[in-house]
Write a protein that binds this ligand. Structure first.
Ligand SMILES: [Zn+2]
Length: 312
């Protein structure tokens, strides 16, 4: 099967300024990778999420505040890192709606018991966004919303979210730490932004944190990921979601973990070899702020997703 890419040039309109690390060039880098190395796969246009869909996770008053504070000109700061500009709203709505569309396509095409793969190339990232707080470049927690949406389907009882972004997905963990239908597994630099993600944070035995010291190299990362995530989770899932961030690449300017491109193939393949089989995967872009690092890491992740979807 082919990978289904949910993506659109609308994401170029979420202007955060050229000096912000989460800027329009990230979208351009990913688009050029997809159109050069994965052009034979399927490309799908996202749709806007509805207010009710976003409220599956977020407080309605918070969602209204996000919308009301979109500026008519210039920039609005929800926090020092998290910026909106006049045309940002459509990107926010597309990022959530595109992920929901991916799941709804799986249902419509009767692919819930198959190794179908979707990758959402969207921005901004979402895994730091809390129920009523914008954080870390993102306002809506895309992956949490899609997980809540998917759980409404009677065939989806258990979801695994794997987050290999270099930052801990505090928002995602907090949203699901008491919901045992969702397991959240994260490898991340620690201690580091956003401050959460210690190995002691276990939720209701459904949170699996793999903290990594600054300067962790490839071999130590693989050992730690194996011990703290692969070996500890023994469960069958109906859906795998990836918070795919590439800022743990050694070139990334925002963090100090030293992964090489092959690690992104390795981590994706390890998860899919143990927990995959005939279940679908939806992966979505989180961080990754070095052009080469983003390109290399994502290419490796997509190669592993392609190999998974081509398994007979
Ligand atoms: Zn990150």
């Amino acid at each position: 099967m082919k990978i289904n890419f949910v993506t659109d040039d609308e994401y170029l309109n979420h202007d955060t300024g050229n000096s912000h690390p989460e800027n329009i060039y990230r979208y351009k880098v990913v688009k050029s990778l997809l159109t050069s190395n994965f052009s034979e796969h399927n490309f799908i246009k996202p749709r806007e999420a509805t207010f009710e869909e976003i409220c599956l996770v977020h407080d309605s008053s918070y969602v209204k505040e996000i919308i009301n504070r979109i500026p008519k000109e210039g920039y609005n700061y929800y926090d020092p890192d998290t910026i909106s500009s006049p045309k940002s709203l459509k990107s926010y709505l597309y990022a959530v709606g595109g992920s929901i569309l991916a799941f709804d396509n799986l249902v419509e095409e009767k692919q819930l018991s198959n190794n179908s793969v979707y990758f959402c190339n969207h921005r901004p990232p979402g895994h730091h966004a809390e129920i009523s707080k914008a954080m870390g470049f993102g306002v809506f927690n895309n992956i949490a919303i899609i997980a809540k949406h998917a759980l409404q389907n009677p065939k989806i009882n258990k979801i695994l979210i794997v987050d290999f972004d270099v930052h801990h997905g505090n928002g995602t963990q907090h949203i699901f730490e008491n919901n045992t239908n969702v397991f959240y597994a994260s490898s991340h630099q620690y201690p580091f932004y956003p401050g959460t993600g210690s190995i002691e944070e276990k939720g209701n035995s459904n949170i699996f944190n793999c903290p990594l010291e600054a300067n962790t190299p490839s071999d130590i990362f693989r050992k730690m990921f194996q011990v703290n995530i692969i070996d500890k989770i023994n469960c069958q899932f109906d859906l795998i979601l990836f918070s795919a961030g590439f800022d743990a690449h050694y070139r990334d300017p925002l963090a100090s973990i030293n992964l090489i491109k092959e690690d992104f193939y390795w981590v994706t393949n390890m998860i899919l070899s143990k927990f995959g089989g005939k279940i679908p995967v939806i992966s979505m872009l989180e961080g990754g702020y070095d052009e080469e690092g983003l390109k290399e890491g994502l290419n490796s992740h997509l190669e592993a997703l392609r190999d998974y979807t081509q398994n007979e």
